[in-house]
Ligand binder design. Structure first.
Ligand code: PEP
Ligand code: MN
Length: 363
């Protein structure tokens, strides 16, 4: 994240903070939000000028008319500024206006043609590029988008943004975090910084704190927050934008932890506990392997007796009885259900293979 420093200031120590309103609405609102961001220690200011709205009659953003407002923030508040770019024209305008970075939004990221065009238009520019995840939980698509950008720009000014994944009927979050996806992204690209856009995951103010804190607990490189001097009047995403007071409270509650410790006692104890975990994992896998031996035995027996792989009643009973032990085992019934489904899926594969061996269904 060295690129976010102008060279004069010291390098950013994690976590990176990007703040700003969902949309640029007026010059006054932008300057007020910038003051909030600066006072909160933001490293970069964000504001959408072209807004990817679901419905055509909602506020679509102020367009390039708002770009000079961002330039003012950059010059008067000494913060790098970014906006969303969804096509080469937006990139061109961002460059002409002297912005520091663009983000590629979640909707654009679902379309490889659009990402390709953007990647080509970003070639040779000095813009930083912030790549959100696509709205659907498709890690390959996210990786593919990142690869297209890397191939064309050879840019080191890259950052990935986890903003959650959209579902048909959102329950807790507006966009479910599915933390395992950004975790896997980080495993694949260890050098890529990944930050969490907690506002678009949460969708409402009261959930933002726990999303940011979870991201910090998972050692994300930073977070993005939508802030607004007067959220009730916001023209987009009103429920999830924080006012100065909310922002202050949220930042004061956050606990920042370090990924490693220098304390030798702590490290020795951790190592001992991890040894236990390694042992237990080996035992679990070995027991699952033994379980699969029995599964194959049953498969052969069913085959010899012309009985199907699946007995629905038995499967139903198994799920019910296994979930019943959830309290006693201190495991959530959801976890037990998902775990059993995984085991059962594998068992079916083993038995189905036995049934279809030699292409002879009767032997
Ligand atoms: C935004 O950041 O304002 C935005 C539209 O985000 P996303 O693409 O994640 O929905
Ligand atoms: Mn928004």
């Amino acid at each position: 994240m060295q690129w976010l420093t102008s060279g004069e200031s010291s390098p950013i120590t994690s976590p990176l903070k990007i703040m700003g309103p969902c949309s640029a609405e007026s010059e006054e609102q932008i300057l007020e939000a910038a003051a909030m961001a600066r006072d909160a220690g933001a490293h970069m200011f964000r504001a959408g000028v072209w807004k990817p709205r679901s419905r055509p009659n909602s506020f679509q953003g102020m367009g390039s008319y708002a770009l000079p407002w961002l330039k003012r923030v950059q010059q008067e508040y000494h913060m790098p500024v970014c906006t969303e770019a969804a096509n080469p024209h937006h990139v061109e305008m961002a460059i002409q206006s002297g912005l520091d970075a663009v983000w590629i939004g979640a909707r654009t990221m679902t379309n490889p043609f659009a990402v390709q065009e953007l990647a080509e238009s970003l070639k040779g520019t000095k813009l930083g590029i912030l790549i959100k995840n696509p709205i659907n939980p498709d890690l390959e698509l996210w990786c593919g988008g990142i690869e297209r950008i890397i191939q064309h720009t050879a840019s080191e000014k890259l950052l990935a943004i986890h903003r959650g994944f959209s579902v048909y009927r959102p329950r807790v979050y507006r966009n479910t975090p599915m933390w395992e996806i950004p975790i896997e992204l980080r495993r694949r690209y260890p050098k890529l910084s990944v930050i969490c856009d907690a506002s678009h995951i949460a969708g409402e103010k009261k959930l933002i704190y726990q999303v940011v804190q979870t991201a910090l607990n998972l050692d994300f490189d930073g977070f993005m927050l939508e802030i607004h001097p007067n959220p009730e009047k916001a023209k987009s995403d009103a429920q999830q934008q924080l006012n100065a007071e909310d922002l202050k409270t949220l930042l004061s509650k956050l606990v920042f932890r370090k990924p490693i410790s220098e304390d030798p006692d702590f490290n020795a104890n951790l190592e001992a506990l991890r040894y236990d975990i390694d042992q237990l994992d080996r035992e679990i896998l070995s027991m699952i392997s033994t379980r699969m031996d029995v599964v194959r035995e049953i498969g052969k027996y069913k085959k010899a007796n012309q009985v199907t792989v699946l007995q629905f009643e038995r499967w139903k009973q198994m799920m019910e009885s296994r979930s019943m032990s959830s309290e006693e085992l201190l495991l959530s019934s959801e976890f037990i259900e998902r775990f059993m489904q995984l085991i059962h899926k594998e068992a079916i594969l083993h038995q189905n293979k036995i049934m279809n061996e030699n292409g002879d269904q009767n032997s």
